[in-house]
Design a protein around this ligand. Structure first.
Ligand SMILES: NC(=O)c1ccc[n+]([C@@H]2O[C@H](COP(=O)([O-])OP(=O)(O)OC[C@H]3O[C@@H](n4cnc5c(N)ncnc54)[C@H](OP(=O)(O)O)[C@@H]3O)[C@@H](O)[C@H]2O)c1
Length: 338
């Protein structure tokens, strides 16, 4: 049986914990290296749910040791830190899956505009394959380096792309109303994410300035081959995990609900992690702790209303990263994920 030795870089954050939890149950994987700048305590003291399940020490980022220990690396680092760690890992011959945003936007100038930082690894920017398996599986299978999509962009692309691909909707009239649980902001503390700030309130943020907007646009333009204009309005909602997006699109003339349903059925036939909810509506509870994306479409007063729900930590991060690893190593897409 194929066996993959995995290193996790940035081991003390939320997406790392999620990656560890899933990989401990993966039949083809052993976690062999946990890298962090903090080295004081075992990972199971930091995350008590791992007690008795993983004995590895946390170690510094030592590329020679990682090269000996691992075949693949998951980068669970913030942007900018990720692009400092990717080149040595690729040079060491590992397959790399980056969960950060550093390699998602294909244009270095656009990266600098949105992330307020010059891109320091432009060479690998073009080598990175965007890891949305429902649309780019063929490229992912041949990739040595995958840039894992953002959480909001995953739910948005899965909800919108089939309608654009089939030419059923106006490309300049797309409104995405999105909400995320607080784990989307990571484990690194910040005052605006303290419990009293976020509890019992539902608020929009970053209207017109959220960095996931250009990523969504780029993905939809790549898939559809046409320019796309969209409004993306994110909100924070006081729950641990989950993303739900309600998306409004204008049908082209004479397009029916059946046309839309057929487009989704064609796009997701044989795709194990997209569930079409034709008789009821998605909710975050039904995808929590799973790698599924649940999607529904309705036609209401001349608009398609699409609802797309994922778990931001699973299909929006660690689960999709493992799905990508499976494809990169020739394993079944679902290995360790159902
Ligand atoms: N949370 C989500 O739902 C989600 C979804 C999709 C994508 N992402 C992306 O995934 C990445 C990780 O997110 P997360 O939620 O796991 O973040 P997190 O909980 O804040 O963890 C990030 C980890 O990276 C390490 N780190 C921080 N700054 C660093 C630096 N300058 N150099 C080296 N290591 C550094 C820290 O570990 P040490 O202090 O131990 O070194 C920290 O525990 C981010 O790029 C995020 O945008 C997150």
């Amino acid at each position: 049986m194929k066996h993959i030795r995995v290193a996790i870089i940035g081991a003390t954050g939320y997406t790392s914990l999620e990656t560890i939890r899933w990989l401990l149950k993966h039949p083809n994987v052993t976690i062999t290296y946990l890298a962090s700048r903090k080295q004081e305590q075992p990972i199971s003291e930091l995350f008590p749910e791992l007690l008795g399940r993983i004995q590895l020490p946390i170690a510094p980022f030592d590329i020679d040791a990682i090269k000996k220990a691992a075949d693949a690396a998951f980068l669970c680092l913030p942007h900018v830190a990720a692009m400092e760690h990717v080149p040595p890992l690729l040079d060491a011959g590992l397959k790399v899956i980056d969960l950060s945003a550093d390699y998602r936007l294909k244009d270095a100038a656009s990266y600098e505009k949105w992330y307020k930082h010059a891109h320091s690894d432009v060479k690998n920017l073009s080598a990175a394959v965007y890891g949305l398996p429902e649309f780019f599986a063929a490229e992912i299978k041949n990739a040595r380096f995958v840039s894992n999509p953002g959480c909001y962009p995953t739910a948005a692309a899965l909800g919108i792309a089939p309608l654009l691909q089939a030419g059923l909707v106006e490309t300049s009239d797309i409104i995405i109303n999105a909400a995320s649980g607080i784990s989307g902001a990571g484990r690194t503390p910040s005052p605006q994410h303290h419990f009293p700030e976020r509890n019992e309130t539902y608020e929009p943020y970053a209207i017109g300035s959220h960095r996931h907007a250009p990523e969504i646009q780029q993905t939809l333009e790549t898939i559809s081959g046409n320019p796309v204009q969209l409004l993306f309005v994110p909100h924070l909602i006081p729950m641990d995990r989950g993303i739900l997006e309600t998306i409004y699109l204008k049908p082209r003339s004479a397009v029916t609900l059946d046309d839309a349903i057929n487009a989704y059925e064609r796009a997701y036939s044989g795709k194990p992690f997209v569930r079409l909810r034709l008789n009821n509506l998605p909710g975050t509870k039904y995808v929590a702790n799973t790698n599924f994306a649940d999607i529904a479409v309705k036609l209401y007063n001349g608009r398609f209303v699409v609802v797309s729900a994922i778990d931001n930590m699973v299909k929006g991060a660690a689960g999709q990263a493992i799905e990508n690893m499976n494809l990169m190593f020739g394993l079944p897409e679902t290995a360790g994920l159902l």
